[in-house]
Design a protein around this ligand. Structure first.
Ligand code: HEC
Length: 239
């Protein structure tokens, strides 16, 4: 009686362990992947992110702000260069129009679009003796700025005029000065980019704004000053 029972039990235990083992295997092994539920591989994310970043940079750098005129200038440069080389630089630039644009973009915030300035804070451009005075003086003011007490049109100012030598090139400075020197009733001769270039070079080592006293001293000294260093080495070479 005991024997069959124990044999039965042994058989039952075997069967149970078999079932258990099979289930364990099923649980342990992963299910076959179902279609449409794969994880996106990391390198695909990296590629997509890189492409989006690059495309953003590309549009920012070359998109021309989505302006419809973006390519017009290139077309014109190509046309004029092919037709007549020397007209490319001179023909399209009207110094007065260009000077007016530069004034509006850089100067009118302080000197006002009327050119009349703000009493006690920003001196006037229209009617200013500085603007129509010696060209080297206004060029110097534009290149390095102006600080300290200064008399303009009979009124005293004590502000800080920023330097423009970093942000405006020789042609820009020449254009804006030509414009303000001829802003009615101002009527002074145009300023050339060459004059600005010469003074830029001569004042290269100067940092910080000019003062009224310095500029006035230079006005009397300047005619002799540039001639001396130029004549010195040239004379030596000839000997
Ligand atoms: C941040 C304000 C500011 C801006 C921008 C500015 N200026 Fe001035 N400017 C001044 C002040 C202030 C003075 C007087 C400085 C002083 O009191 O020492 C002055 C003086 C001058 C003078 C000599 C005095 C006179 O009125 O004739 C000229 C010329 C001049 N600026 C031209 C320009 C031009 C051209 C630009 C644009 C490229 C410009 N300024 C931009 C503030 C400014």
């Amino acid at each position: 009686m005991t024997d069959p029972t124990s044999r039965e039990r042994a058989a039952f235990d075997d069967a149970e362990s078999d079932v258990e083992q099979i289930h364990r295997q099923i649980v342990r092994e992963l299910a076959d992947p179902g279609e449409g539920y794969e994880r996106v591989p990391w390198f695909l994310w990296v590629t997509v992110a890189t492409m989006v970043f690059w495309a953003g940079w590309y549009i920012g750098r070359r998109g021309g702000s989505f302006d419809t005129e973006t390519h017009v200038e290139y077309a014109q440069v190509g046309l004029t260069a092919g037709a007549a080389g020397d007209t490319t630089a001179s023909a399209p630039v009207d110094p007065i129009a260009e000077g007016k644009r530069i004034f509006g973009a850089n100067c009118s915030a302080c000197h006002q679009s009327t050119g009349l300035g703000v009493a006690g804070a920003f001196p006037p451009i229209v009617g200013s003796e500085w603007v129509v005075g010696p060209e080297q003086t206004v060029v110097r003011i534009l290149l390095n700025g102006l600080g300290g007490a200064v008399r303009v049109k009979g009124a005293m100012y004590n502000g800080a005029m920023p330097a423009w030598k970093e942000s405006l090139d020789d042609a820009d400075i020449a254009h804006v000065l030509t414009y303000i020197r001829q802003w009615s009733p101002n009527a002074a001769p145009a300023v050339s980019a060459a004059t600005v270039a010469t003074l830029r070079k001569a004042t290269e080592s100067r940092s910080g704004p000019w003062t009224e006293a310095e500029l006035k001293a230079l006005e009397t000294a300047t005619p002799a000053a540039p001639a001396t260093p130029a004549a010195g080495p040239a004379a030596e070479v000839k000997k």
